[in-house]
Design a protein around this ligand. Structure first.
Ligand SMILES: CC(C)(COP(=O)(O)OP(=O)(O)OC[C@H]1O[C@@H](n2cnc3c(N)ncnc32)[C@H](O)[C@@H]1OP(=O)(O)O)[C@@H](O)C(=O)NCCC(=O)NCCS
Length: 169
Protein backbone atom coordinates (compact mmCIF):
# COMPACT_ATOMS: atom_id res chain seq x y z
CA UNK A 1 0.00 0.00 0.00
CA UNK A 2 1.56 3.37 -0.99
CA UNK A 3 2.04 6.06 1.64
CA UNK A 4 0.46 9.48 1.22
CA UNK A 5 1.63 12.79 2.64
CA UNK A 6 0.09 16.23 2.88
CA UNK A 7 2.10 19.42 2.39
CA UNK A 8 1.40 23.05 1.38
CA UNK A 9 0.84 23.71 -2.34
CA UNK A 10 3.85 25.42 -3.95
CA UNK A 11 4.07 27.39 -7.19
CA UNK A 12 6.10 24.52 -8.68
CA UNK A 13 2.95 22.35 -8.31
CA UNK A 14 0.87 24.60 -10.59
CA UNK A 15 1.32 22.62 -13.82
CA UNK A 16 0.45 19.33 -12.20
CA UNK A 17 -2.54 20.73 -10.29
CA UNK A 18 -3.90 22.40 -13.44
CA UNK A 19 -3.47 19.13 -15.35
CA UNK A 20 -5.47 17.34 -12.63
CA UNK A 21 -8.11 20.11 -12.68
CA UNK A 22 -8.66 19.69 -16.42
CA UNK A 23 -8.78 15.92 -16.14
CA UNK A 24 -11.25 15.97 -13.21
CA UNK A 25 -13.43 18.98 -14.02
CA UNK A 26 -13.19 19.31 -17.84
CA UNK A 27 -14.72 22.56 -19.10
CA UNK A 28 -15.32 23.74 -15.52
CA UNK A 29 -11.60 23.52 -14.64
CA UNK A 30 -9.73 26.48 -13.18
CA UNK A 31 -7.22 28.19 -15.48
CA UNK A 32 -3.70 29.23 -14.49
CA UNK A 33 -4.95 32.79 -13.84
CA UNK A 34 -7.85 31.62 -11.70
CA UNK A 35 -5.58 29.43 -9.59
CA UNK A 36 -2.97 32.18 -9.18
CA UNK A 37 -5.66 34.73 -8.19
CA UNK A 38 -7.22 32.27 -5.81
CA UNK A 39 -3.93 31.51 -4.04
CA UNK A 40 -3.20 35.22 -3.70
CA UNK A 41 -6.57 35.80 -1.99
CA UNK A 42 -6.80 36.56 1.72
CA UNK A 43 -7.39 33.68 4.12
CA UNK A 44 -6.58 30.92 1.63
CA UNK A 45 -4.89 27.65 2.63
CA UNK A 46 -4.00 25.18 -0.13
CA UNK A 47 -2.45 21.75 0.24
CA UNK A 48 -1.44 18.83 -1.95
CA UNK A 49 -1.26 15.10 -1.35
CA UNK A 50 1.84 13.29 -2.57
CA UNK A 51 2.58 9.60 -2.86
CA UNK A 52 5.66 7.73 -1.78
CA UNK A 53 5.69 5.02 -4.40
CA UNK A 54 8.57 4.03 -6.71
CA UNK A 55 7.85 4.34 -10.41
CA UNK A 56 5.29 7.12 -10.14
CA UNK A 57 5.37 10.48 -11.91
CA UNK A 58 8.81 11.75 -10.85
CA UNK A 59 9.98 12.87 -7.40
CA UNK A 60 7.41 14.24 -4.93
CA UNK A 61 4.48 13.33 -7.19
CA UNK A 62 1.28 15.26 -6.53
CA UNK A 63 -1.82 13.08 -6.70
CA UNK A 64 -4.36 15.34 -5.03
CA UNK A 65 -5.02 18.90 -3.94
CA UNK A 66 -7.49 20.90 -1.88
CA UNK A 67 -8.07 24.45 -0.67
CA UNK A 68 -9.85 26.34 2.06
CA UNK A 69 -10.95 29.98 2.46
CA UNK A 70 -11.54 31.37 5.95
CA UNK A 71 -13.53 34.63 6.03
CA UNK A 72 -13.27 35.20 9.78
CA UNK A 73 -16.47 33.29 10.62
CA UNK A 74 -16.78 30.25 8.40
CA UNK A 75 -14.39 28.18 6.32
CA UNK A 76 -15.26 27.28 2.73
CA UNK A 77 -13.90 24.28 0.83
CA UNK A 78 -12.81 25.89 -2.45
CA UNK A 79 -11.73 22.76 -4.26
CA UNK A 80 -10.70 19.16 -3.72
CA UNK A 81 -9.53 16.60 -6.26
CA UNK A 82 -7.71 13.30 -6.43
CA UNK A 83 -5.99 11.79 -9.50
CA UNK A 84 -8.24 9.19 -11.08
CA UNK A 85 -5.78 6.33 -10.57
CA UNK A 86 -5.55 7.09 -6.84
CA UNK A 87 -9.24 7.57 -6.12
CA UNK A 88 -10.83 5.30 -3.51
CA UNK A 89 -7.50 4.97 -1.69
CA UNK A 90 -8.25 7.34 1.18
CA UNK A 91 -6.54 10.41 -0.33
CA UNK A 92 -9.72 12.51 -0.46
CA UNK A 93 -10.36 11.66 3.18
CA UNK A 94 -6.81 12.74 4.13
CA UNK A 95 -7.20 16.06 2.30
CA UNK A 96 -10.65 16.80 3.74
CA UNK A 97 -9.48 15.84 7.23
CA UNK A 98 -6.63 18.34 6.90
CA UNK A 99 -9.00 21.12 5.75
CA UNK A 100 -11.41 20.50 8.61
CA UNK A 101 -8.58 20.39 11.13
CA UNK A 102 -7.31 23.71 9.78
CA UNK A 103 -10.83 25.18 10.07
CA UNK A 104 -10.97 24.01 13.71
CA UNK A 105 -7.59 25.63 14.45
CA UNK A 106 -8.90 28.87 12.95
CA UNK A 107 -11.95 28.62 15.25
CA UNK A 108 -14.32 28.59 12.28
CA UNK A 109 -17.95 28.07 13.24
CA UNK A 110 -18.65 25.84 10.27
CA UNK A 111 -17.20 24.44 7.06
CA UNK A 112 -19.25 25.18 3.93
CA UNK A 113 -18.98 23.86 0.39
CA UNK A 114 -20.78 23.53 -2.92
CA UNK A 115 -21.04 20.25 -4.78
CA UNK A 116 -22.80 19.26 -7.99
CA UNK A 117 -26.05 17.49 -7.19
CA UNK A 118 -25.02 14.53 -9.38
CA UNK A 119 -21.48 14.14 -7.95
CA UNK A 120 -22.12 10.89 -6.05
CA UNK A 121 -18.53 10.16 -4.91
CA UNK A 122 -18.07 13.66 -3.47
CA UNK A 123 -21.54 13.68 -1.88
CA UNK A 124 -20.83 10.31 -0.27
CA UNK A 125 -17.53 11.61 1.11
CA UNK A 126 -19.04 14.82 2.50
CA UNK A 127 -21.94 12.96 4.11
CA UNK A 128 -19.48 10.54 5.66
CA UNK A 129 -17.76 13.52 7.31
CA UNK A 130 -21.09 14.79 8.67
CA UNK A 131 -21.85 17.56 6.15
CA UNK A 132 -25.55 18.30 5.73
CA UNK A 133 -27.35 19.81 2.74
CA UNK A 134 -28.40 23.43 3.37
CA UNK A 135 -29.84 24.48 0.02
CA UNK A 136 -29.83 24.00 -3.75
CA UNK A 137 -28.18 26.61 -5.95
CA UNK A 138 -29.79 26.46 -9.37
CA UNK A 139 -27.44 26.42 -12.39
CA UNK A 140 -24.46 27.17 -10.15
CA UNK A 141 -21.96 25.33 -12.35
CA UNK A 142 -21.29 26.96 -15.71
CA UNK A 143 -20.85 26.20 -18.56
CA UNK A 144 -22.25 22.79 -17.56
CA UNK A 145 -25.48 24.45 -16.33
CA UNK A 146 -25.75 22.11 -13.34
CA UNK A 147 -27.27 22.69 -9.91
CA UNK A 148 -25.23 22.60 -6.70
CA UNK A 149 -25.99 21.65 -3.14
CA UNK A 150 -24.63 23.94 -0.49
CA UNK A 151 -23.44 21.77 2.38
CA UNK A 152 -22.40 22.64 5.92
CA UNK A 153 -20.47 20.97 8.71
CA UNK A 154 -21.17 22.65 12.04
CA UNK A 155 -17.97 22.76 14.10
CA UNK A 156 -19.67 24.27 17.17
CA UNK A 157 -21.70 21.14 17.90
CA UNK A 158 -18.62 18.93 17.92
CA UNK A 159 -17.69 17.35 21.26
CA UNK A 160 -15.90 19.80 23.55
CA UNK A 161 -12.76 18.85 25.43
CA UNK A 162 -12.57 18.98 29.22
CA UNK A 163 -10.52 22.19 29.10
CA UNK A 164 -13.14 23.99 26.94
CA UNK A 165 -15.65 24.29 29.76
CA UNK A 166 -13.19 25.24 32.45
CA UNK A 167 -13.84 22.07 34.44
CA UNK A 168 -10.62 20.37 33.56
CA UNK A 169 -8.97 18.49 36.38
C1 LIG B 1 -14.53 13.26 -4.46
C2 LIG B 1 -13.07 12.77 -4.44
C3 LIG B 1 -12.16 13.94 -4.08
C4 LIG B 1 -12.95 11.65 -3.41
O1 LIG B 1 -11.58 11.32 -3.30
P1 LIG B 1 -11.09 9.81 -2.99
O2 LIG B 1 -9.65 9.87 -2.74
O3 LIG B 1 -11.56 8.90 -4.05
O4 LIG B 1 -11.90 9.52 -1.65
P2 LIG B 1 -11.53 8.45 -0.51
O5 LIG B 1 -10.93 7.23 -1.10
O6 LIG B 1 -10.73 9.14 0.54
O7 LIG B 1 -12.97 8.10 0.06
C5 LIG B 1 -13.55 8.83 1.12
C6 LIG B 1 -15.01 8.46 1.21
O8 LIG B 1 -15.72 9.06 0.13
C7 LIG B 1 -16.76 8.19 -0.32
N1 LIG B 1 -16.50 7.86 -1.74
C8 LIG B 1 -15.42 8.26 -2.47
N2 LIG B 1 -15.56 7.84 -3.74
C9 LIG B 1 -16.74 7.18 -3.80
C10 LIG B 1 -17.43 6.52 -4.86
N3 LIG B 1 -16.93 6.46 -6.10
N4 LIG B 1 -18.63 5.97 -4.58
C11 LIG B 1 -19.16 6.02 -3.33
N5 LIG B 1 -18.52 6.62 -2.28
C12 LIG B 1 -17.34 7.21 -2.53
C13 LIG B 1 -16.71 6.98 0.57
O9 LIG B 1 -17.59 7.21 1.65
C14 LIG B 1 -15.29 6.97 1.05
O10 LIG B 1 -15.10 6.36 2.28
P3 LIG B 1 -14.79 4.76 2.30
O11 LIG B 1 -13.72 4.50 1.29
O12 LIG B 1 -14.33 4.53 3.70
O13 LIG B 1 -16.08 4.12 1.94
C15 LIG B 1 -12.67 12.18 -5.84
O14 LIG B 1 -13.68 11.28 -6.25
C16 LIG B 1 -12.46 13.22 -6.92
O15 LIG B 1 -11.37 13.78 -7.05
N6 LIG B 1 -13.49 13.47 -7.74
C17 LIG B 1 -13.38 14.39 -8.86
C18 LIG B 1 -13.27 15.82 -8.37
C19 LIG B 1 -14.46 16.22 -7.54
O16 LIG B 1 -15.60 15.92 -7.88
N7 LIG B 1 -14.21 16.95 -6.45
C20 LIG B 1 -15.24 17.41 -5.53
C21 LIG B 1 -15.80 18.68 -6.00
S1 LIG B 1 -17.09 19.28 -4.90
Amino acid sequence: MPEFQIRPLRSSDFDRVLWLERDLFGSGAWTYGMLADELAGLGRWYIVATVDEPGTIGPDPVIGYAGLWFDGDDAQVMTIGVARNYQRSGVGRLLLDALIERARQLKAEAVLLEVRVDNEPALAMYRRFGFEVLAVRKRYYQPEDKDAYTMRLDLRTEPRTATDDGNAA
